[in-house]
Design a protein around this ligand. Structure first.
Ligand code: ATP
Ligand code: MG
Length: 212
């Protein structure tokens, strides 16, 4: 039996075509069902639904044999115990710094004064500002980062951006792009050896089906 960890939403939706290429169909709709374990048309493959940030943890400890996780999530997790054979080129976006549209970011960064940055991605943010030689006070948040500069909680946020419409709706502007983000296939290292006959063909089929 192979257990695949996915998060609901864009990662689930964008993984479906890759599964289809391997002849795997998830036979229940996670948006309609309350089940957390979803069967597929194959008796030897099932999908477990977990929070996006929990995918690496499930795969690391063998709660799932493989999973799909964003580079953002993998960088924060650290990737320990995970084999990462493929960049699937799905759930694409970028990690950026954003501030209120009336905030002078260039001056704030240049003056060498401390800036306050709110983010879910404290590891990436810490590294980014360290590389720039900017003193930063990091404030860990778990969601609705856009609110932080509007309420005075922080000067800037580090968050994922795709179209920029959420930033715009909240009078924020993207002032720096830190990195491009996409989702990767992660595999439990023990499973790779013990379930090689099931996993290897799946990884090869995914590799051939990655969107351009
Ligand atoms: P939740 O929304 O349940 O709090 P989450 O925000 O971590 O959890 P998603 O919003 O579904 O979950 O994001 C899952 C993954 O999809 C992220 O880790 C990231 O890699 C990617 N992602 C997030 N936002 C975008 C976006 N706007 N466009 C494309 N991909 C994105
Ligand atoms: Mg989200």
């Amino acid at each position: 039996m192979l257990t695949l960890a996915l998060s609901k939403g864009r990662i689930f939706e964008e993984t479906l075509p890759l599964l289809a290429a391997a002849g795997i169909r998830v036979t229940e709709d996670p948006e309609k069902s309350r089940k957390l374990i979803l069967p597929t048309n194959r008796d030897d493959v099932r999908v477990v639904l977990v929070r996006a940030t929990d995918v690496p943890t499930y795969v690391q400890y063998g709660g799932a044999d493989l999973g799909v996780a964003g580079k953002d999530v993998l960088l924060e997790h650290g990737g320990e115990g995970l084999y990462q054979p493929l960049d699937l080129n799905i759930a694409k976006c970028r990690m950026s710094v954003a501030v209120r549209d009336d905030f002078d970011y260039a001056s704030a960064v240049k003056q060498g004064s401390r800036i306050r940055v709110a983010t879910k991605y404290t590891e990436v943010a810490r590294q980014h500002f360290a590389d720039k030689g900017v003193h930063v006070d990091l404030i860990k948040l778990y969601g609705s980062m856009e609110l932080a500069p509007l309420t005075g909680l922080a000067d800037a946020i580090v968050d994922l951006v795709s179209t920029g419409s959420t930033l715009k709706a909240n009078h924020l502007v993207e002032v720096e792009r830190i990195m491009d983000i996409s989702s990767r296939l992660v595999v439990n290292q023990a499973a790779l050896k013990l379930k090689r006959d099931l996993l290897r063909p799946l990884i090869d089929t995914f590799a051939a089906a990655i969107p351009a």
